[in-house]
Design a protein around this ligand. Sequence first.
Ligand code: FAD
Length: 496
Amino acid sequence: MSRILVIGAGVGGLAVGARLAVRRHDVTIMEQGARVGGKLHTYRRDGFAFDTGPSLFTLPAVYRDLFLKTGAPLEEAVDLQPVEPGFGYHFADGSNVVVPGVDPARAARAFGEAFGGSAADDWRRLIERGGQMWRLTREPFLQSPLDGWRTLLKVASPSAVRTVAPRTTLRELGREYLADPRLRQVLDRYATYSGSDPRRAPAVFATIPYMEQTFGAWHLGGGVGTLADALAKRCDERGVDIRLGQDVVEVVMRDGRAAGVRLASGDVCEADVVIANVDAHHLYQDLVKDPAARKPARALEKATPALAGFVMLLAVRGRTPGIHHHNVWFPADYDGEFDAIFGRAPHAAQDPAIYACVPDDPLMRPNEDSEAWFILVNTPRNGDGREGTVDWSAPEAAEAYADHLLALLAARGTDIRDRILWRELRTPADLERTTRAPGGSIYGSSSNGPRAAFQRPANRSPVPGLFLVGGSAHPGGGLPLVGMGAEIVADLIPRA
Ligand SMILES: Cc1cc2nc3c(=O)[nH]c(=O)nc-3n(C[C@H](O)[C@H](O)[C@H](O)COP(=O)(O)OP(=O)(O)OC[C@H]3O[C@@H](n4cnc5c(N)ncnc54)[C@H](O)[C@@H]3O)c2cc1C
């Protein structure tokens, strides 16, 4: 039995904790905050409930495997519900399309009926390509420890490399397959699922719509955040010791290997293995003190950080006609948003895509005649205005931006302003403060550029006995990938 200390009770920390506990390790999780889940959280107030982080649950197989292998099926732990229809998309020319939650063929038909021309065939062909990419990359890349560019060689044959097209961007793939510019906007948006710019993210991101439409878009009754509670409960049942309010300030080293952690209180907790579920930047900048062990920090400095998000939680009176569970209002100039976020002079985009999650879930609203709206708009990170950041700390700026976005939504045909009972805002500065994600980046470093995915911090650090799990480490962010990362890390640690 090894004594394992996990820093952070985000999804990755909880998932790896549960997996290691059933392998008979002695697991303790130290969380600086007052609750588990990190970015995954359902916020409740006055009978309204909002997912303040993940609102879309995809690839449930990852968590089915985790829950089954740690004791009992996922379906017994959370209320897994298919989202049908999946997305309502609204475009700047006034056109709309409602896309089914599962089945690429039905999605293609919906696009064909809404856009005409070759839209149905185009989407079907694109998703087929996404499926081919998925089958080639899932096992050797997403479900294996990172091995730099050598990982790509595992994909093997020249024809496989042609299919994955590592030097083609998602934008270029969209141009190749999709004649309708609205379909290209839909595809571009999948780059933001990893906090990236479609003009620089690799074509392999076409695996995301493939995965979403093939394995379904899911909701968890009561909020996606209930997954965090279910994971914590599973950890508890397996004997994992979760300690809240424990701020780790240092990874303690002995004889060149990780030997425990030091807390802000000064206490030292010894361990045989330390697993960091904190952002990799925070780990290598702040917690690893030995300069020789900080090598990955240099690569992180060179990477483009992932975008951040501006969140509005709106308690709304009445019901909104034509609203779906997931809704996106696209701007006329989508590139304007990516220029604002990743350009030389970052600023909050004035005409961004607006995403709203409005679950038709009785557990997330006080009565039938109300709606809980979670609105998310992509933004630059929080900071002092330098190096791609924007200062989000001024409350007036956040309030003014919220007013602007609601007016924009009204101009795009959905005016809910006079039905808002109350609103709360969450800026990138808030996310940074509550979860220690540098700048409030949603996903650590972005996948901008063909090398980015291979340069993400590996699960095994250069320090013996120190491992990384979570959205800023391999294989990346989002609930499915974080769950896959937890399995990789659990497999790296010798069985007790
Ligand atoms: C607004 C938003 C929307 C999103 N939407 C989706 C979505 O729809 N679907 C999806 O799949 N994903 C989505 N994501 C991404 C998803 O939330 C993350 O990829 C995932 O939850 C990250 O999990 P993690 O394991 O990296 O841990 P994190 O959530 O980053 O948690 C890390 C934990 O470590 C703790 N910690 C940090 N430093 C210390 C320290 N020094 N000592 C002790 N504890 C520490 C933090 O408090 C935190 O609890 C979204 C995220 C955000 C913010």
